[in-house]
Design a protein around this ligand. Sequence first.
Ligand code: C2O
Length: 360
Amino acid sequence: LKSLSPDFSNCVDAIKPDGKPVNCCPKSTSAAEISDFVPNSVAATTRVRAAAQSVSGAANMAKYKKAIDLMKNLPADDPRNFTQQANVHCAYCDGGYNQEGYSDLKFGIHESWLFFPFHRWYLYFFEKICGKLLEDETFALPFWNWDSPSGMVIPAMFNEIGSPLYDRRRNQDHLPPAVADLNWDEDVLPVRVNPETQIKYNLSIMYKQMITNATTPRLFMGQPVRAGDDITMKCGAGSIEIAPHNTMHTWTGNQWRRQRGYTGPGDPREPNTENMGVFYSAARDPIFYPHHANIDRLWTIWVNKLHGKVFTDPNWLETSFVFYNEDAYPVRVKVKDCLDLSRLGYAYEETPIPWIDAKP
Ligand code: C2O
């Protein structure tokens, strides 16, 4: 078997796009301390993720705000502290770990078939940590429903200055009522279109990425990567990872202007499109998690309503990741154990899917 796993016990500095190192390592862990995650034996959904802009989503949002506040106030070295949680993403994305058994090869979770399962597990633990801190096991993340017209703006609660959900490192031109551009290109000067046109355009992007360009697991989920592959050489992202996933990251992050040498209004302090627009800092913005909950939801829609199957390659199924759980213990999880949501204990509230018949 050539399934990947990270050498979690030997974390090193991650490297930012400008070449500078950044330390995102969790507190050090010996291999012996890591235990295997035990999946639920019974399927039981207790947590329902709802759209941030919906009525049930408002309840998710209020609890979410509280949970982020609690996480931010944990001791800095608690693996459940908000910064530590954000660093989990940084270390996994920007070269914090090698592949187990390969001292010269990096582990990585973007641009491949690891994209969906890694982020599902990451959110799973993040949500459980929130629930633990809130003393509410039914806590479920809100999802940023940017694939539906009513969700195509930054949800209101993220915009309150001083709130634990606020992040000043966002593109100030994209605050409400700006309608998201699901096909945002940070390297091109934006052409402003009216909101109705943008919404129509977004729905046809969704149709393309979920249906037209997503007819096989490889096209939708990304290309295989196995132990021993040089993942830095791969560019095997699936349709949704490319857009709207990447595009909504850079649309939200600050400072697209730098690339254009544009000196109009905007914040020159974030040279790499921080926070959301670059891997090492993306998860420092609390909007990251609702953004990824929507990505995860789109995976379930593709499986349940559109395509019906995922990879069956044992190399994918046996791939593992390590996370600190809600009790701050390190656990090793496998891709195969995240495929049945009811065993993970959560589900998505059913909402209309307006793009499903938006065939361009
Ligand atoms: Cu790991 Cu949205 O990126």
